[in-house]
Design a protein around this ligand. Structure first.
Ligand code: ZN
Length: 311
């Protein structure tokens, strides 16, 4: 099948083949996908875009929101999330004068992250989740969040939000600039959008470029940015980047390493036993997180935290 790939970030057709990859985590399908690098903006785009195969590429085992006990890695992450939320609320309300906050988590599942935000900011009263996952809905409502089941493109409201979370989301969509614009429309004056997305300009991305790098999350990540290509996308969407920081990419290292071990015949990963369920995964995750934290001051890591606001 021949496809004329297009850069999902900027629409350019001036692309070069970057890598071929397959699903190394869930084995949801056996197909090989191509990633193309845009010569105009530098983003990577998947081809073909498997937009008509969502129920296949997001298997039932993909969603795991229900109250499982937290692993050590998750507890470390929780402490980091709370520190970040404290900082964000003080950016939105530097004078500490607001009576209440509202927050929206796009792709937020059961709303557990909004729960973390509430834990650090009691003035956060209105919380809403937009997600396509019907299984997360009851848990989100039970936790006191509003829930819109559907795509953000179809979510319409008169409300605006002080804080909009889009974590590990924008790389999953076909129109990232459209999604940024929509988030900008839903943001209160003075509000902030927090985005977490992979950075393809990193050591692990280079080492595993042709070995189905975990950051491709193939075929579920459709567009992968680096800081420069993200800056261009934000510019197109008409919103301003307040800060862009690199953070540890332990999950991408971990899926890449498990795939390498699988290819050496040392571990078994399959549809029945996805990478995230492998008993080695939490240990690799901690080890790689530590490695990335150590090298972070002088090397680029493979996840970006980006704070955006109105121009
Ligand atoms: Zn582009």
């Amino acid at each position: 099948m021949t496809t004329t790939p297009e850069c999902l970030a900027c629409g350019s057709r001036d692309l070069g083949l970057w890598a071929r990859a397959h699903d190394i985590e869930y084995y949801s399908c056996a197909d090989e996908f191509s990633y193309f690098k845009c010569k105009t903006c530098g983003a990577l785009s998947i081809a073909p875009v498997p937009e008509d195969r969502l129920s296949q590429i997001y298997p039932a085992s993909y969603y795991s929101f229900s109250g499982h006990t937290k692993t050590l890695a998750e507890r470390v992450k929780q402490a980091l999330d709370r520190r970040l939320f404290r900082k964000l609320f003080s950016m939105i309300d530097p004078d500490h004068g607001k009576a209440s906050f509202s927050a929206l988590d796009i792709g937020g599942g059961s709303g557990w992250l909004l729960g973390e935000a509430k834990a650090v900011e009691p003035r956060l009263q209105k919380t809403v989740v937009v997600d396509i996952d019907d299984k997360a809905e009851a848990a989100a409502i039970a936790a006191g969040h509003g829930y819109f089941r559907g795509r953000i493109e179809d979510f319409s409201t008169r409300d605006t939000f002080d804080l909009i979370l889009m974590l590990n989301l924008i790389e999953h969509v076909k129109d990232p600039v459209g999604m940024l614009k929509k988030a900008g429309d839903l943001l209160t004056p003075g509000g902030r959008i927090l985005i977490k997305t992979p950075n393809h300009d990193a050591l692990d991305a280079r080492l595993f470029r042709n070995r189905s790098w975990g950051g491709y999350h193939c075929p579920r990540h459709w567009v992968l940015f680096d800081p420069e290509s993200f800056r261009q996308a934000a510019q197109k969407a008409g919103i301003e980047i307040e800060s862009l920081n690199l953070t540890q990419g332990a999950p991408f290292w971990t899926w890449s390493a498990l795939n390498m071990l699988k290819n050496l015949g040392l571990v078994e990963i399959s549809a029945a036993r996805p990478a995230c369920r492998h008993p080695l995964a939490p240990f690799l995750m901690l080890g790689f997180a530590a490695f990335d934290f150590l090298r972070m001051p002088f090397m680029k890591t493979s996840q970006m935290f980006i704070v955006l606001k109105h121009k």
